[in-house]
Design a protein around this ligand. Structure first.
Ligand code: ATP
Length: 511
């Protein structure tokens, strides 16, 4: 199946089963804003728990915070967001569509990479087992020509970005003959910077009101609380502060479902370290975070690190964790060594000392910061993309979401084989006993086969079927989602069998 088709199916599936809805749908929707439905909210909460517990519970020196979305407007001056949190935009004069200039060029780079991949796939087919990919990459003239093209464009693009040279970005688009996908024309405007922050007014009267911003990242709430947490928690460096919360960005190229939204949620951790040790910590967090992703079992080959082309002005190292979505490898998480930029800026703008007295060195300094920043929604899309599968069975196909059991929205469904003979009552009793520990669902409608399929489609790891034998010996059938294997077990064993599998411990054990 084409990858675009898989993605369309995923989006439709998320809606059909109550995971994700378009916001304000009955009013024809609001661009790049989404709501999470009855199952989506459960999955989202479980993802957040996986992150939060792995940060705060498993690291003695990481504590949590929940800061407000609204903050003093000067914070965004100090952080550089008022002046520099912008995207380079370009409009097509014929279609009147707006694009991010950097994204247009990145797509051009991906096209060239795609051509190389195509040559390799073709050659693989032609040569079969004797194919030596490395040799082919090093000698095939078409591959080599495209590789040179790629490298030249990449170098020119990185330089333009680093220099903030908007004219050069436009020139690249012209030289590469990039066309607007809607109008097909090359009739472009100049490239302009566009600030991504949403603003609103705080205060009752127009005269007394001041412009404030909806935070575009949760990180600044952590920086401005650094002293509060360090002092009241008697925290010793190195230590971290973790936060989960909403962030807002007026994204222009808002496509790809919940991959790029205007209102989204971030899980960020700022780790405060002694100056000079930040790159060691950067390396450590890079590995820790990659382990966290891979522990979910979606295939190590589907992850890679991507070094940044352009380092933000405050960073001395930055890397993205990329996951292979149906639309290609894309960023899920960023790990950044932010130096002492943010805390120093807040010192300057607030006039308050933001220091740490290091008893071992007997001196005070502004701590350096290593940040890990991941989008809840992107993580959600990663889980759904990895979990969605269509399986050909003997007689039909089944759609199954192979969500790791700890993250699954519903842990077990309890299904009376028939709606009579006291079976529904036993099923209800089982749920009553287990509902304090697990999210359970009761279902008595349709044939048992259809009910299994419904649970497969929402990723429920266990189905428990109550039948006539249950009345006699207190046993039920437990069916496993991934293998579809069924086993007869005593009712009183259910709690242990299920508990063992859905427990976060198993995931944490891999970290
Ligand atoms: P991108 O390059 O995709 O715009 P970014 O580099 O601006 O992302 P960061 O500022 O590093 O992203 O934000 C950290 C994380 O927050 C990202 O890795 C991503 O998971 C998430 N994120 C950022 N922007 C959005 C968005 N518009 N919608 C959903 N998640 C987002």
């Amino acid at each position: 199946m084409a990858k675009e088709d898989i993605f369309k199916k995923l989006v439709a599936h998320c809606k059909e089963y109550g995971f994700v809805f378009q916001s304000s749908e009955i009013y024809d929707g609001l661009g790049a804003v989404y709501d999470y439905g009855q199952l989506g909210v459960e999955l989202k909460n479980n993802i957040k728990k996986y992150w939060w517990d792995s940060m705060v519970k498993l690291h003695e020196n990481v504590v949590g915070l929940d800061s407000a979305i609204f903050m003093h407007p000067t914070i965004w001056k100090a952080s550089g967001h008022v002046d520099a949190f912008s995207d380079p935009l370009i409009d097509n004069k014929d279609s009147k569509k707006r694009y991010r200039a950097d994204v247009l060029i990145e797509e051009q780079l991906a096209k060239i990479e795609g051509k190389i991949d195509k040559e390799i796939t073709k050659a693989k087919k032609r040569f079969g087992d004797s194919f030596d990919e490395q040799q082919f990459r090093e000698t095939n003239p078409r591959v080599l020509a495209n590789k040179t093209k790629f490298e030249e464009l990449h170098t020119r693009f990185a330089k333009a970005l680093n220099d903030g040279d908007l004219d050069e970005l436009k020139q690249i688009i012209i030289d590469q003959a990039i066309v607007c996908p809607v109008s097909g024309s090359r009739n472009w405007t100049d490239v302009r910077q566009f600030n991504l922050m949403f603003s609103t007014e705080m205060g009752a009267t127009a005269e007394g009101a001041s412009t404030i911003y909806l935070r575009p990242e949760t990180a600044q709430g952590i920086f401005v609380n650094y002293l509060n947490v360090q002092k009241t928690g008697r925290m010793k460096i190195p230590f971290g502060i973790a936060q989960i919360g909403k962030a807002f960005r007026n994204e222009i190229v808002a496509r790809q479902f919940i991959f790029r939204m205007r209102e989204f949620e971030q899980m960020e951790m700022q780790f405060f370290v002694r100056p000079g040790t930040e790159l060691d910590w950067f390396g450590k967090w890079k590995e820790t975070r990659m382990k966290w992703h891979k522990a979910l079992g979606f295939g190590d080959e589907n992850y890679r690190f991507h070094e940044h082309e352009k380092l933000a002005h405050y960073a001395n190292a930055a890397v993205d964790v990329e996951y292979k979505f149906p639309f290609g490898f894309k960023e899920v998480e960023g790990i950044h060594s932010r130096t002492d930029f943010d805390l120093s800026q807040h010192e300057e703008y607030s006039g308050k000392k933001i220091r740490y007295f290091d008893p071992e060195l007997n001196e005070s300094y502004v701590p350096y910061v290593v940040e890990t920043s991941i989008g809840v929604d992107r993580m959600f899309l990663q889980v759904i993309s990895a979990a969605y599968s269509e399986e050909q069975l003997e007689k039909d196909t089944r759609i199954v979401l192979k969500i790791p059991a700890a993250l699954a929205p519903i842990k077990l469904a309890v299904l009376p084989l028939v709606k009579k003979d006291g079976l529904p009552e036993i099923a209800r009793q089982i749920i009553n006993n287990l509902k304090f520990d697990f999210n359970c669902q009761y279902d008595e409608k349709d044939s048992i086969g259809k009910r299994y399929r419904r649970q497969d489609a929402i990723g429920t790891p266990f189905c428990v079927t109550v039948d006539h034998q249950t009345i006699e010996d207190n046993t039920v059938t437990i069916r496993y989602r991934d293998t579809m294997a069924q086993k007869r077990v005593a009712i009183e064993k259910l709690e242990n069998i299920i508990g063992e599998k859905v427990n976060f411990k198993e995931l944490f054990g891999k970290l």
